[in-house]
Ligand binder design. Structure first.
Ligand code: SF4
Length: 454
């Protein structure tokens, strides 16, 4: 892909609230469900499935709050909290282990947060040891961890490397000190650079950098400098997120001043896509970019890319079993989410019950639509015959109304269609949520809770 030009008039037209489709239906559709009912679904799925497993651990603690943060975190300086939490994670693992065949292979392991490196190196070693003790771990395990350079030490890197981690996702957000000061996240550029060097020296061969646009004081000039500095570090992947301002949900965001105007945000987005694509990155879609030889870009070319709660993934046919407060799991026909509140999560495990708060069992129609939306978000194209074969329905009959509704998108140049299917154009990659939403049967009031496409 050569440099992509962004048409801001079209972006303005399509800048409406849409789900990110890390799941279908989106998590806002999950409802209260007795833990027992979810466990029955998990048990049934397990009995009928030998699918691989992807494990996710939510490690929620952070020493200070970044004022823009939208994650589920626990802010604390009490180090002993990690030890307590690790003990509860171990209890949850033993509880759920009953529901999983021993021979199902773990092909993916991800530590997210919060700040995984809030945990001392020995506790990260212990967690990895417990995983290897309780599960059958694949030789070619893909293990990734979210890294906050402010709390990364040599010992952390050594512990993670020993445990087989080779992928790191590094939170940078912006290198500009004025921006960092305004978001309460002080992270000198050299600190991020040193973290990357440490990780690469320890054998981490896949580095992702996270940036955020729409933060206080960001301008086209200043964010351009951050992008240039990041490109010079040559990460394998980049995620450049749109800052979502939702102070009614995240009160600390009220502390943010000097937010850029909507027009400046659009200019920042245009700058990001144009700079990264001209620097040789492939625009995967939404907020993700990868070098052409990265697995993500290869999987997209080969149409094996997947989308799940962690974003884009290269592992096909794996169920996600997630542990820790607020974590979301996904087995074939069921989603479930743990309690978002730490004390409720602990209480459920104290009572020897599953810490599950919500769930959703997919209908036959949901499963069909999920496959369509996931293929669209990953392949940036739909082939009607191939979809008919994989879904067991006549695609053009099943989706007559939805396909007719795409005419406007075609006229605006977001897709190119013929009788056999349609392909998403380069511009459509940016607005892929607006295309996918046409196949969403749960479009209703709840949709308004989502952030705008851009
Ligand atoms: S380190 Fe990450 S998770 Fe923690 S407060 Fe900052 S942005 Fe949120």
């Amino acid at each position: 892909m050569s440099m992509l030009h962004v048409d801001l008039d079209l972006v303005r037209k399509y800048n409406i609230a849409t789900p990110r489709y890390t799941s279908y239906p989106p998590a806002t559709q999950f409802g209260e469900m007795p833990a027992e009912q979810v466990l029955e679904q998990i048990r049934a799925n397990n009995e009928n499935s030998h699918r691989d497993i992807s494990l996710y651990f939510h490690l929620p603690f952070c020493r200070s709050l970044c004022w823009y943060c939208g994650c589920t975190t626990v802010i604390t300086t009490q180090q002993r909290q990690s030890t307590t939490y690790l003990n509860y994670l171990k209890r949850e693992l033993s509880f759920m282990r009953e529901f999983l065949h021993r021979e199902r292979e773990v092909v993916q392991l991800h530590l997210g947060g919060g700040t995984p490196t809030f945990f001392p190196p020995d506790e990260l070693r212990e967690l990895s040891h417990v995983v290897r003790e309780q599960f059958c771990v694949a030789e070619n395990l893909e293990a990734g961890v979210e890294i906050d350079p402010r709390s990364l030490t040599h010992d952390h890197v050594a512990a993670l490397s020993e445990a087989g981690f080779r992928r790191a996702s590094i939170g940078v957000q912006d290198f500009n000190p004025l921006v960092q000061n305004a978001i309460n996240r002080f992270q000198p550029k050299t600190m991020s650079e040193n973290a990357i060097t440490l990780l690469r020296d320890a054998g981490f061969d896949s580095i992702n950098i996270d940036l955020v646009y729409g933060l206080p004081h960001q301008s086209v000039r200043s964010f351009g400098e951050t992008l240039d500095a990041v490109i010079a570090l040559r990460p394998n992947r980049l995620a450049v997120f749109n800052y979502a301002h939702v102070p009614w949900l995240k009160p600390a965001q009220r502390l943010l001043q000097w937010l850029p105007t909507p027009e400046t945000k659009l200019q920042l987005l245009k700058l990001t896509i144009e700079k990264l694509t001209s620097a040789g990155y492939v625009y995967i879609g939404l907020d993700h970019f990868a070098l052409p030889h990265d697995e993500l870009a290869i999987a997209q070319r080969e149409k094996t890319l997947q989308r799940n709660f962690q974003g884009y993934s290269t592992r096909v046919n794996a169920d996600i079993y997630a542990f820790g407060m607020s974590s979301i799991s996904q087995a074939n026909g069921t989603y479930w989410q743990n309690h978002k509140d730490l004390s409720r999560y602990y209480s459920a495990l104290d009572a020897k019950t599953a810490p599950i708060a919500k769930g959703y069992v997919l209908t036959a129609d949901d499963k069909i639509r999920r496959e369509v939306i996931m293929r669209l978000m990953c392949d940036m194209a739909l082939d009607f015959d191939a979809m008919s074969n994989s879904l067991g329905v006549i695609f053009t009959d099943y989706f007559t109304r939805e396909l007719a509704s795409l005419k406007g998108l075609e006229a605006d140049g977001l897709i190119e269609a013929d009788d056999h299917g349609f392909a998403v154009t380069d511009l459509g990659r940016l607005l892929i949520r607006n295309i996918a939403v046409h196949f969403d049967a749960h479009q209703n009031e709840k949709t308004r809770q989502f952030s705008n496409s851009i």
